[in-house]
Design a protein around this ligand. Structure first.
Ligand SMILES: Nc1ncnc2c1ncn2[C@@H]1O[C@H](COP(=O)(O)OP(=O)(O)OP(=O)(O)O)[C@@H](O)[C@H]1O
Ligand SMILES: [Mg+2]
Length: 400
């Protein structure tokens, strides 16, 4: 006989739903949903897969899980055909698999990759406005019990509320982002307009004309750079940016990045030094280069003339057995007051005292944080006003 759910369980479901409705950050929202599913259904693990339509092909991707690391999730693409989650997403119905080994439809790619054994699972679709956006799965029921009808109903309730919360968070982020984007684009556009108006004057000396044209070029370059940053960030925030993980020598990448910024450094007579190392990273090389370039550019931009930049690397251990490469970028610049340090990685944040020192949008470090966290790493800083700042980040060390 089915035992119906005690009143405190309903109270807990309500509490969770309320929390979901006030979380607008997609990642925190997904994390809350996962842990709620694991708790309410009493399972060993839970995961969320979201439908992804990039490249014209519909597929499912792990967006959050209580037991899979971000870097491993990035690599797992679950096909719609021949997988349990795919069946749930295409049929829009819940499904219980009591014995995964017997069912034959489990997508084995997942377990082999993460070394986890899925014994049984309950999966339900997340549907918002009649559209399936993904699947929530509760994996390996704890104790002797089987998934009950109550479990199915509970997970269904959670999933339908979760779908609405995810849609809301996406919209919320979009409108916020668009408002700020338009605001940021206005400044260089106004400068462009002023320059073109001036250029129309017929009595303009040739030298003035040249300097206006140079300024026009500078502003258009900046607009292009800004729009690229916006696109990068939009992609990273929606989780659509996939990592291209590879093994590469970190020193070669550092060296290559220094090359890119060397003329900028020379212009301020800043010297850049990097410790040689043969450590091999396991990460998306292009994206880590983007991180290094932004940190180096900042270390030059917010440095004094004739200042120094030093790059170091070392191995550190993570929470598990895993090892990471810690990269540090140290400068002798203006430093960042303590009260601003917490906000450094927020979108559009710029330290008010250095706003006039160099131009920028305040997106660089936000992009860095997204990239590093997508690798399961961490980024942080230490800084002292008038002495300088050191930015640190960790990325996975390649296993040999
Ligand atoms: N090495 C540093 N020393 C001092 N201040 C820094 C340093 N790096 C960053 N900052 C401060 O943090 C702010 C945010 O940096 P971030 O890289 O996100 O944006 P930005 O450099 O202003 O613009 P962009 O989007 O072009 O990178 C900067 O505006 C600056 O005030
Ligand atoms: Mg920057």
């Amino acid at each position: 006989m089915e035992v119906s759910r005690p009143a405190q369980d309903y109270k807990r479901i309500f509490e969770i739903i309320q929390q979901l409705n006030t979380t607008y950050d997609q990642q925190s929202l997904l994390r809350k949903i996962c842990f709620a599913a694991k708790e309410l259904i009493n399972t060993e693990a839970a995961a969320i897969l979201l439908l992804d339509e990039t490249g014209g092909q519909r597929q499912l991707r792990f967006a959050m899980s209580t037991n899979i690391k971000p870097i491993e999730m990035e690599e797992i693409i679950v096909p719609l055909e021949g997988s349990i989650a795919g069946w749930i997403a295409t049929h829009g119905e819940p499904r219980v698999i009591r014995d995964v080994a017997q069912s034959g439809t489990h997508f084995q790619g997942v377990d082999t990759r993460i070394q986890f054994r899925t014994r049984n699972l309950l999966g339900v679709p997340m549907i918002s406005h009649k559209q399936t956006i993904g699947v929530v799965q509760a994996v390996n029921k704890l104790g002797q019990a089987d998934f009950s009808d109550e479990d199915i109903n509970t997970l269904r309730t959670l999933a339908s509320q979760a779908a609405i919360a995810i849609e809301t968070a996406r919209l919320f982020q979009q409108s916020d982002f668009i408002a700020e984007l338009v605001h940021e684009l206005r400044t260089p556009l106004m400068a462009l307009k002023a320059s073109t108006t001036l250029l129309k004057r017929s009595d303009l000396p040739a030298t003035t004309r040249d300097s206006i044209i140079n300024r026009l070029q500078g502003e258009t370059d900046r607009l292009i750079e800004m729009t690229n940053d916006f696109l990068d960030l939009a992609r990273l925030e929606s989780g659509r940016s996939n990592l291209n993980v590879d093994h590469f020598g970190i020193y070669e990448l550092i060296d290559e990045s220094i090359d890119v910024v060397s003329s900028q450094a020379q212009a301020k007579e800043i010297t850049i030094q990097a410790e040689e190392t043969d450590l091999i990273a396991e990460a998306d090389r292009g994206k880590i280069k983007q991180v290094l370039l932004n940190l180096l550019t900042n270390a030059i931009k917010y440095n004094r003339p004739r200042g120094q930049v030093a790059i170091g690397t070392r191995i550190v251990s993570g929470d598990d057995e895993d090892e990471f490469i810690e990269v540090s970028v140290k400068d002798t610049g203006y430093g960042i007051p303590q009260e601003h340090q917490k906000r450094m990685f927020q979108k559009f944040f710029r330290v008010p005292t250095t706003e006039d020192v160099a131009r920028g949008t305040g997106l660089g470090l936000t992009i860095c944080k997204h990239i590093i966290e997508a690798h399961g790493g961490r980024i942080w800083l230490e800084s002292q006003v008038d002495v300088g700042s050191t930015f640190y980040f960790c990325i996975p060390l390649a296993k040999v």
